[in-house]
Design a protein around this ligand. Structure first.
Ligand SMILES: *[C@@H]1O[C@H](CO)[C@@H](O)[C@H](O)[C@H]1NC(C)=O
Ligand SMILES: *[C@@H]1O[C@H](CO)[C@@H](O)[C@H](O)[C@H]1NC(C)=O
Ligand SMILES: *[C@@H]1O[C@H](CO)[C@@H](O)[C@H](O)[C@H]1NC(C)=O
Ligand SMILES: *[C@@H]1O[C@H](CO)[C@@H](O)[C@H](O)[C@H]1NC(C)=O
Ligand SMILES: *[C@@H]1O[C@H](CO)[C@@H](O)[C@H](O)[C@H]1NC(C)=O
Ligand SMILES: *[C@@H]1O[C@H](CO)[C@@H](O)[C@H](O)[C@H]1NC(C)=O
Ligand SMILES: *[C@@H]1O[C@H](CO)[C@@H](O)[C@H](O)[C@H]1NC(C)=O
Ligand SMILES: *[C@@H]1O[C@H](CO)[C@@H](O)[C@H](O)[C@H]1NC(C)=O
Ligand SMILES: *[C@@H]1O[C@H](CO)[C@@H](O)[C@H](O)[C@H]1NC(C)=O
Ligand SMILES: *[C@@H]1O[C@H](CO)[C@@H](O)[C@H](O)[C@H]1NC(C)=O
Ligand SMILES: *[C@@H]1O[C@H](CO)[C@@H](O)[C@H](O)[C@H]1NC(C)=O
Ligand SMILES: *[C@@H]1O[C@H](CO)[C@@H](O)[C@H](O)[C@H]1NC(C)=O
Length: 717
């Protein structure tokens, strides 16, 4: 009896569930979903059970109407020839649609589904392959959040698109190819609920017209990486709720308004890579929440406002490449206890670096090069426990290289040290004074370029087990290349050109672990730089920015007094990308083994006394982009390969007995008589030097400080 009762109870309970299930999902909505699923080529959604409210990604309300369709990152693709199905338009009660991170293809304005979703509140179609122009307006007056970012949409974003979007709080169309003006009027009459606006990474043009000031709740405004011009609209500074203004990489001009002082909630101000001029606003002390102030690459002038030193939450202060100046010793850094990155590169600051900088305990990166500062390495720098990037070169006075190195070797985390154009004419620290050398355990890049240092390559360098790039070019270093250099476990790029090195290339250099084995090389990834480095290829208005240094090994020994044969062991350096031995006294044949270096991009053996033929195996050097064997004593035919013949004759000239294309003289049985006579004076003595970061660094790029993506080419003017 009791059992029967229990059975009955169970039966009621069970049938109750099935009852609910049967009525949970409206059959017509179910078939709409199914016809949507039919347009998908892959992968198949597991949409089989009777109640569509239980399907993956589907949520219904109490009435059994589908309210949420959320299928992000499912790898969904449409079948060829189909568009985002209009059957979705039948889901009249849909409030949330999230199809982000899929491969949906098609044009939004051609699918009526968009306009029939009259209850839609949240729309996320980001990271798909949508193209075409925007539909005439947003689908619903209830819409709160729209993310169409990272698609291929184009055309204008007109004011009319926002018709009746009373409650819009977030609008993101970044990373498309939208053009025309930014719809500042979006705030004019209604969408005062807007909090986040992101127009960055598009083709927007024109000036930012006023209107944003009406968005009384605006917190984030991004429109970087566009073609915006004109000055910042004054009314923007009425939006005192603003927390982030990011407009890098535009052509904004004019001075920075004093109005910025009223944006007391501002944490991020990124106006880098624009054409802003004039002096900085004097009163910034109310910006107590400011963390990131990025104004690099503008035409700002005057001094840093003292009030900036009252912005106690500053994390990054980056104002490199401006016309700023003033006496840096006037600044008191002691309140900037959170400061992590300080970049004042390429300005006109003068004076002595204030000791208060050492109270910024969290400093990771300091770059003050190309100013007129009187910098000296002070032992107090050791209190910066996190310092990993230090660049102080190209200033007025940095002396005592030995003392400086002895202090800096105690900076435990230092990975990048550049003191180029300093210590002019001193002697390379070496010998007894460096006997107690220890430290630099994590140093990856050491740059003592153009310091005019004399002496030999010091042996303490042999203790830098993490060193990857050593730049000692343009000094007066004498003696031979030490054989221990070949044992440095991480060394892959060596710049020693323009010195007075003599003797032969030690065979040990041809055993550099990073260059002989791909396995070893794979262990070191790219070098992350706390601050990006820049290079402008000569003759170009372009400026390239690098955030990472990738492994692209090279050995530059040009313009020294090296002699002897080029060791045949050089063929072991299989991963070498560049070899410059130009303007030395090398003699003998060009070793055939160089053709083992399959990744070779630049090979310069010009201006030596090399004789014999160009090895026939050079036909196999497929990656060569620069090649030069001019001004040697080479003879015989230039091996024919599409690669070698693609270079100018100047790459081969000055070798009297060399013949064949691209040289004008044809190869004959007896060369000599009518071979063109070129005197060594024709040598191109302007052999231009290749900055290591240009050649060694694969392109990296940041968007402010958020992420990394493709190459950044910055056009100036
Ligand atoms: C299902 O939805 C359609 C319209 O979408 C409606 O006509 C029909 O009455 C609904 N069926 C039920 C059982 O609610
Ligand atoms: C499909 O979903 C049902 C439940 O809805 C589940 O029982 C079944 O294992 C799923 N099948 C696959 C292949 O994931
Ligand atoms: C859509 O889904 C993705 C992935 O889960 C999520 O990151 C994103 O926040 C969602 N979009 C919205 C508007 O909630
Ligand atoms: C806008 O939001 C408010 C408050 O959340 C709500 O009362 C109102 O109905 C919404 N308006 C529309 C058109 O959705
Ligand atoms: C807009 O979307 C992009 C991804 O496409 C994201 O990186 C960015 O943070 C979003 N903007 C805002 C303001 O959330
Ligand atoms: C822009 O979109 C492309 C393609 O979806 C994506 O790979 C890239 O990361 C996006 N860039 C940004 C800055 O969001
Ligand atoms: C966007 O601007 C870039 C650079 O000027 C241009 O190459 C591209 O064609 C433009 N795209 C569109 C859709 O206008
Ligand atoms: C800023 O707001 C004030 C009043 O809130 C108004 O008088 C002023 O005109 C506004 N400024 C701009 C530039 O719109
Ligand atoms: C600044 O932010 C705080 C908290 O986020 C908020 O309470 C305050 O109203 C904001 N101030 C202004 C001027 O918007
Ligand atoms: C800052 O706001 C105050 C009060 O709203 C206003 O009087 C003042 O003019 C504003 N300052 C600037 C520089 O816009
Ligand atoms: C910085 O703040 C201190 C006290 O908080 C104040 O006395 C000083 O005047 C401020 N300096 C500037 C330049 O605003
Ligand atoms: C810098 O400011 C701190 C207080 O914030 C003060 O103790 C110190 O004396 C100041 N240093 C100089 C050089 O003015």
């Amino acid at each position: 009896m009791a059992n029967a009762f229990l059975f009955l109870l169970l039966l009621i309970f069970y049938s109750n569930i099935t009852f609910e299930n049967i009525h949970a999902c409206n059959q017509s909505e179910r078939s709409s979903l199914l016809s949507f699923a039919l347009t998908l080529s892959s992968p198949q959604l597991n949409w089989t059970s009777a109640d569509c409210c239980n399907w993956e990604g589907v949520t219904c309300n109490q009435g059994g109407w589908i309210t949420h369709l959320q299928l992000p990152s499912k790898g969904l693709k449409l079948k060829e020839g189909t568009f985002l199905s209009s059957s979705l338009g039948n889901l009249r009660h849909l409030t949330h649609l999230n199809l982000s991170y899929n491969s949906f293809f098609g044009s939004l304005d051609q699918t009526e589904f968009f306009l029939s979703l009259n209850d839609l509140e949240i729309l996320d179609l980001s990271f798909n392959l949508l193209f075409g122009v925007l539909p005439s307006s947003l689908p619903s007056s209830h819409i709160r959040m729209v993310d169409l970012s990272s698609n291929r949409l184009h055309g204008a974003v007109p004011y009319s698109f926002f018709q009746q979007a009373w409650n819009l709080t977030s609008f993101n169309v970044s990373n498309n190819t939208f053009s025309g003006p930014i719809p500042s009027s979006i705030c004019r009459s209604f969408s005062s609920s807007l909090r986040h606006l992101d127009f960055s990474f598009n083709n927007f043009t024109g000036s930012i017209s006023s209107g944003l000031g009406k968005c009384s709740k605006l917190q984030v405004f991004r429109a970087g990486h566009n073609y915006l011009s004109g000055s910042l609209p004054e009314d923007m500074f009425n939006s005192t709720t603003l927390e982030e203004i990011s407009l890098p990489l535009n052509s904004l001009n004019g001075a920075m308004s004093d109005g910025i002082a009223n944006l007391t909630n501002l944490t991020t101000l990124d106006l880098s890579y624009n054409q802003l001029s004039g002096v900085l606003p004097l009163h910034l002390e109310k910006l107590s929440k400011l963390k990131y102030i990025l104004l690099d690459f503008n035409y700002l002038e005057g001094s840093l406002p003292l009030s900036l030193m009252n912005c106690t939450n500053l994390v990054e202060l980056r104002m490199g490449n401006n016309n700023l100046g003033g006496d840096i010793s006037m600044l008191n850094f002691s309140k900037l206890s959170q400061l992590s990155k300080l970049d004042l590169r390429k300005n006109n600051f003068f004076g002595i670096l204030p000791r208060s900088i050492y109270s910024c305990k969290f400093l990771k990166a300091i770059r003050l090069n190309y100013n007129n500062l009187e910098v000296q390495i002070h032992p107090e720098i050791l209190s910066l426990k996190y310092l990993s990037f230090l660049s102080l070169g190209c200033n007025k006075r940095l002396t005592d290289v030995t003392g400086s190195i002895k202090i800096l070797m105690g900076c435990k985390r230092l990975a990048y040290l550049s003191l180029a154009s300093s210590f002019l004419g001193e002697e390379m620290p070496n010998g007894v004074e460096m006997a107690d050398f220890h430290g630099f355990r994590y140093l990856q890049i050491l740059d003592l370029n153009s310091c005019n240092l004399s002496g030999i390559i010091p042996s303490w360098l042999s203790k830098l087990k993490k060193l990857q790039i050593l730049d000692l070019e343009h000094n007066r270093i004498t003696g031979t290349i030490p054989s221990w250099l070949g044992t440095l476990p991480r060394l892959n790029s060596l710049m020693m050109q323009f010195n007075l090195l003599s003797g032969e290339i030690p065979k040990e250099l041809c055993t550099l672990p990073m260059l002989v084995s791909g396995q070893t090389a794979a262990q070191v990834g790219r070098i992350y730089l706390e601050l990006p480095i820049y290079y402008s290829p000569s003759g170009h208005a372009k400026l390239l920015q690098y955030n990472y240094i990738f492994y692209t090994p090279f050995i530059h020994l040009g313009h020294n007094c090296l002699s002897g044969n080029i060791p045949i062991e050089i063929g072991q350096l299989q991963l070498l990308h560049q070899l410059d031995l130009s303007a030395n006294n090398f003699s003998g044949n060009i070793p055939d083994q160089i053709s083992n270096l399959k990744y070779m991009e630049i090979l310069d053996l010009s201006m030596n006394h090399l004789s014999g033929k160009i090895p026939a195996s050079f036909r196999g050097l497929n990656f060569l982009s620069r090649f030069n064997v001019s001004y040697n004593n080479l003879r015989g035919p230039i091996p024919s390969s599409t690669q070698l013949q693609s270079f100018n004759a100047s790459a081969f000239e000055g070798n009297r007995k060399l013949c064949g294309a691209p040289l004008p003289n044809k190869c004959q049985r007896t060369t000599g008589a009518d071979a063109p006579d070129m005197s060594p004076q024709d040598a191109d003595t302007k052999e231009h030097q290749i900055p290591w970061f240009y050649v060694s660094v694969a392109l990296g790029f940041i968007t402010g400080f958020w992420g990394v993506c493709g190459p950044l080419v910055l056009m100036r003017k």
